[in-house]
Design a protein around this ligand. Structure first.
Ligand code: 13P
Length: 297
């Protein structure tokens, strides 16, 4: 299967991008594995005609927003994001009417139409820098992740208006689970993704997006690290740092990240389907919001 995929990739001049949460066999065949920000950058810069995006829908949309001239494939079109589904453009417009002087910062885990309606995008790696870059605004509507939003609020002097959205995978991580792991691994460092609830983040030694988790793990002197995010991350961390022990959180699994398979990648490359295409009128405005973010980080 891997050989067939490699051959098809060559034939179609395609590149495979995979998020850090993808299953091991997909990370292993990908040309590039990264976090949302790195994948967006890669999608924009890579020299290929076809991008096979192994991630979820909003990530493939971002690739298409940045590189409409390339064909963007999502090998399973039903790989969605429950967090992104917790906001609509209509609901955001209503919120903007409530706070007319506020800027809108939109986490990249959102539909393209919401990005188009926002002033600027952010990822977990740059959310605070993006918010602080908005010098002319004291009030920020932060959508759609309330946990990332309240983490940013705790680090900035700006007023942050939260949206009631969350990533179920991160939001379901419980304080009790972390306490138990800390008891079992008393020397372990706990790093947590900012999509976790505030009470979980309060227990963290480090609050980091997935790319910063990788950087931290390789630099840290800790030999045991509890990984407060989706469990796919543990595969990548362990592969890059075989001498260290990474402890995953039970049940922290994003089902949408796991529905892409090698079989679906092969089919997708063969048929150049399913494509993700953001309509032009949305894409142009969404691109402005993504580009503003790219300039900051
Ligand atoms: P990162 O940008 O940190 O990779 O996070 C993406 C994501 O979807 C987390 O749930």
């Amino acid at each position: 299967m891997e050989e067939r995929i490699k051959k098809l990739k060559k034939e179609k001049n395609a590149v495979i991008l995979a998020h850090n949460y993808q299953p091991p066999e997909i990370q292993d065949i990908a040309d590039f594995v990264g976090d949302s920000l790195e994948l967006s950058r890669k999608a924009a810069s890579v020299d290929a005609e076809v991008i096979v995006f192994c991630g979820v829908y909003f990530m493939a949309e971002t690739a298409n927003i940045l590189s409409p001239e390339k064909v963007t494939l999502l090998p399973d079109i039903y790989a969605g994001c429950q967090l992104a589904d917790m906001i609509t453009v209509q609901a955001l417009r209503e919120k903007k009417k409530e706070y007319p002087g506020a800027a809108v910062v939109c986490y990249v885990n959102s539909p393209a139409a919401v990005k188009a309606e926002s002033d600027i995008c952010c990822t977990s790696a740059n959310a605070l820098a993006v918010v602080n870059s908005l010098k002319d605004f004291d009030k920020i509507i932060f959508v759609p992740d309330k946990n990332l939003g309240s983490y940013v609020a705790s680090k900035t002097s700006k007023e942050i208006i939260l949206w009631d959205g969350y990533c179920p995978t991160h939001n379901d991580i419980e304080v009790g689970q972390i306490a138990k792991l800390k008891e079992n691994y008393p020397h372990a460092v706990f790093m947590a993704h900012p999509e976790c609830r505030p009470e979980v983040l309060a227990l963290a030694d480090e609050v980091l997006g997935t790319s910063d988790m990788l950087k931290f793990a390789s630099k840290s002197s800790a030999n045991e690290i509890i990984v407060g995010t989706e469990e796919g991350m543990v595969y990548r961390l362990q592969k890059d740092n075989p001498e260290k022990k990474f402890i995953k959180i039970e049940r922290a699994i994003c089902k949408d990240m796991k529905i892409i398979t090698l079989d679906k990648i092969e089919k997708s490359l063969k048929n150049l389907e399913p494509k993700v295409v953001v309509p032009n009128e949305v894409r142009v405005k969404a691109k402005e919001s993504v580009n503003r973010m790219m300039k900051i980080s």
